[in-house]
Design a protein around this ligand. Sequence first.
Ligand code: NAD
Ligand code: USQ
Length: 382
Amino acid sequence: MRIVVAGGDGFCGWPTALHLSNQGHEVTIVDNLSRRKWDEELHSNSVTPIASLEDRVEKWKELTGNEIKTFIGDLNHYDFLREVFRQTEPEAFVHFAEQRSAPYSMIDREHAVFTQQNNVIGNLNVLYAIKELAPDCHLIKLGTMGEYGAPNIDIEEGYIEIEHNGRKDVLPYPKQPGSFYHLSKVHDSHNIMFACKIWGIRATDLNQGIVYGLHTNETKMDPMLVNRVDYDGVFGTALNRFLIQAATGHDLTVYGSGKQTRSFLNIEDTVRCVQIAAENPADKGEFRVFNQFTEYFSVLELAEKVKKIAQEKGLDTELAYLENPRIEPEDHYYHAVNTGLRELGLEPHLLTDEVLHDILQTVIEHKDRVIKENVLPSITWK
Ligand code: NAD
Ligand code: USQ
């Protein structure tokens, strides 16, 4: 298939582009390289040293003979996006290209406005480009489990049957997101659902949990292909942050009681979920929703797991309970359904001690790159 991966220079997008290319698909990456610029803005970096996008795709071609075309530009620039569609004629458009940090979106008004403009308008442009230039193209959009929040009932995949005053309907599952970033994903979901209804677009919203790990079979093929890994208080995410903190002798930063529960998946499963979605497209006019995660844990459970593994490696790791910089429920019910992707063949890579050892070993090798001042959280929701 001809597949565009927007955001293909990022943490999820790069390994996904390689994986799809390795499966024989004709892959094109679109990215404006803004994630690298946000590192400059925050005086931060990836723990792993990452090559330029140009060098990455050149190395990939040298190793496999597969060409990945690249377009450097912004989804918010519609003329640019149209040109991408004209030249690539995509059968699937995988959309990772958004500002994805909740804390970044909560810095101040400018960052909240930027996040929603970048994400919501970029996605709306993609919908219009599909309508105008590739009406049969399947949109595979990365949403997030955080769109649902933490309701006191089970979380279904996108829809819920409701009975009210003696009548029944299947309705979009209620959304209670916890940051201006998470809200941008809710707005995207609504726009996509509407576009499917009025224009007959086919779309899959992948409500993804928190992704951990860094390597996939493809990124391991050469140091030039290594994936980025974030650890700072803005872009770093829970489990990866704890592993990097353990590697550098920092206490593990549990926010509040740590009882807040989230869903997780290994980056190796992200790339397979996208492949499964691409190879099993939604029907025309269908707005299909999958919850893309394999397991859920409380933050405290993860910190305890990392502490145990770190101590086995002789590291002196302890937990630090910090005042929670976010406004979020800490003690709550959590049960979410994730059958859609499993039914289409996903075989999860679960979070075993071996997996934790492996990631910890890699980050230990690069620990000197960690800028210690960036580890503690600096942004609050208040
Ligand atoms: P990332 O920041 O590493 O990658 C995003 C990429 O998109 C970057 O390379 C960036 O330069 C590019 N980009 C951003 N805005 C763009 C624009 N307007 N035009 C062109 N390119 C643009 O993020 P990630 O961790 O790879 O996340 C990818 C997607 O998956 C996001 O949509 C995110 O919301 C979703 N997601 C991520 C996680 C996670 O744990 N990382 C979990 C759930 C969902
Ligand atoms: N947390 C800690 N300590 C830390 C970092 C985080 O206790 O050092 C807690 C947070 O308070 C929160 C939970 O861990 O309760 C998750 O925080 P996170 O930063 O790992 O993840 P989040 O902000 O939700 O965002 C990440 C990605 C985002 C994606 C989302 C998936 O950055 O792009 O959408 O995970 S989900 O959480 O399912 O919505």
